[in-house]
Design a protein around this ligand. Structure first.
Ligand SMILES: Nc1ncnc2c1ncn2[C@@H]1O[C@H](COP(=O)(O)OP(=O)(O)OP(=O)(O)O)[C@@H](O)[C@H]1O
Length: 343
């Protein structure tokens, strides 16, 4: 059974349509990250799932139970959802134990005590039970927040930018820890982030939002290898488009030569464009080269060349030992890779 199904969900604030016939399915025990440009509707989608806003159209099903359609609307407190937000929203006047126990009023005293102790052990906060939020580090507060969200065994966990206030040095350790805790508890989760790096580390699948819809839902690797549109390819990182001719299922020709693809190219029209990222490019001195070098910078072990090709600009790293003579013509060599071809 899927943990979450959104079917053609639409929501608008006054005149502004923010989500539009959005479909999304999250499997049992899966972590999905909603990624997209600022203002594309990620938080609005999370609020619709939580029941904090009421979509004008569509259907939301959590753990097999319909929460929202034309007639029905289940209140947030009856959706069995755990929530965790950027500012942790811990109660400042309650200590760690009391914060975690807050949503457990339906349990008796003994059950509550056992559950809180299990949660404290799970998030490794033993010894800090009596501390108040202001006596904890950001990472520790985040652990209390996850313990509180998981304590009443929700069917689904919603996390909105939960790591954005955490120092970068400890952020990825915390992301790994919280991911293992969620996996251990076999809960499904939807996570909103601005950061692709966080999404890669935390989620099983990424849902790229564009124009109020999910443009593509897939693993990070599949998104990079087979983006369904130019918008998805561009969202994942900078690159340049080059006109290309599909030669066969494994290669294309460009003005910089033949490019091999390590994955099968889609069956499509032969004429199109490829989207090439910096890591697939090598800059070489060549008498016929027409790549313009706008700037050269040394960044420790590598150089970065700011290049211009067909009116598109890109920064391309190159190892210091392959120093380019920028007074001579420069061309591009495109390494074999999983070619993103758009016909
Ligand atoms: N209460 C509101 N009233 C009117 N418009 C709103 C309201 N909340 C959000 N919006 C608008 O809806 C759009 C989507 O907002 P939302 O917060 O869902 O985006 P987001 O993808 O989470 O953005 P960010 O990445 O910047 O947090 C934005 O244009 C925003 O200005």
């Amino acid at each position: 059974m899927s943990s979450l199904i959104l079917e053609k969900v639409s929501y608008q604030y006054q005149q502004q349509k923010v989500i539009s016939e959005l479909d999304l399915t999250v499997a049992h025990n899966e972590i999905v990250c909603l990624l997209g440009a600022s203002g594309c509707g990620k938080t609005t989608t999370l609020k619709a799932i939580a029941g904090l806003i009421k979509p004008q159209h569509g259907r939301i099903v959590i753990h097999g139970q319909c929460m929202n359609n034309g007639q029905l609307f289940v209140q947030p407190q009856h959706r069995n959802i755990g929530m965790m937000f950027q500012d942790y929203a811990l109660f400042p006047h309650l200590n760690v134990t009391q914060n975690i126990a807050f949503g457990l009023s339906r349990l008796n005293k003994r059950e509550r005590h056992t559950r809180v102790a299990q949660m404290i052990e799970l998030v490794r906060l033993e010894g800090l039970e009596k501390r108040f939020p202001h006596e904890l580090s950001g990472g520790q507060q985040q652990r209390v927040a996850i313990a509180r969200a998981l304590a009443y065994k929700p069917n689904l966990l919603l996390l909105d930018e939960p790591f954005s206030n955490i120092d970068t040095q400890v952020r990825f350790q915390l992301i790994n820890d919280i991911r293992s805790i969620i996996k251990d508890q076999q809960v499904s989760a939807i996570f909103v982030s601005h950061s692709k790096d966080e999404a890669f580390a935390f989620a099983d699948k990424l849902a790229i939002m564009h124009k109020g819809k999910i443009a593509q839902l897939d693993s990070a690797q599949a998104l990079f290898q087979k983006p369904s549109s130019k918008a998805v390819a561009e969202f994942l990182g900078r690159g340049i488009y080059l006109d290309a001719n599909r030669l066969n299922g494994q290669s294309v020709s460009t003005k910089f030569g033949k490019v091999g693809s390590v994955i099968a190219l889609p069956d499509s029209e032969d004429k199109g464009q490829i989207y090439v990222r910096p890591q697939h490019l090598e800059l070489i001195n060549s008498p016929t080269g027409k790549v313009e070098i706008l700037q050269q910078r040394f960044i420790g072990t590598d150089y970065v060349y700011h290049i211009k090709v067909d009116d598109q600009q890109l920064e391309v790293p190159a190892p210091a030992e392959q120093l380019l003579d920028t007074t001579k013509p420069v061309s591009l060599k495109i390494k074999a890779h999983a070619v993103n071809f758009f016909s």
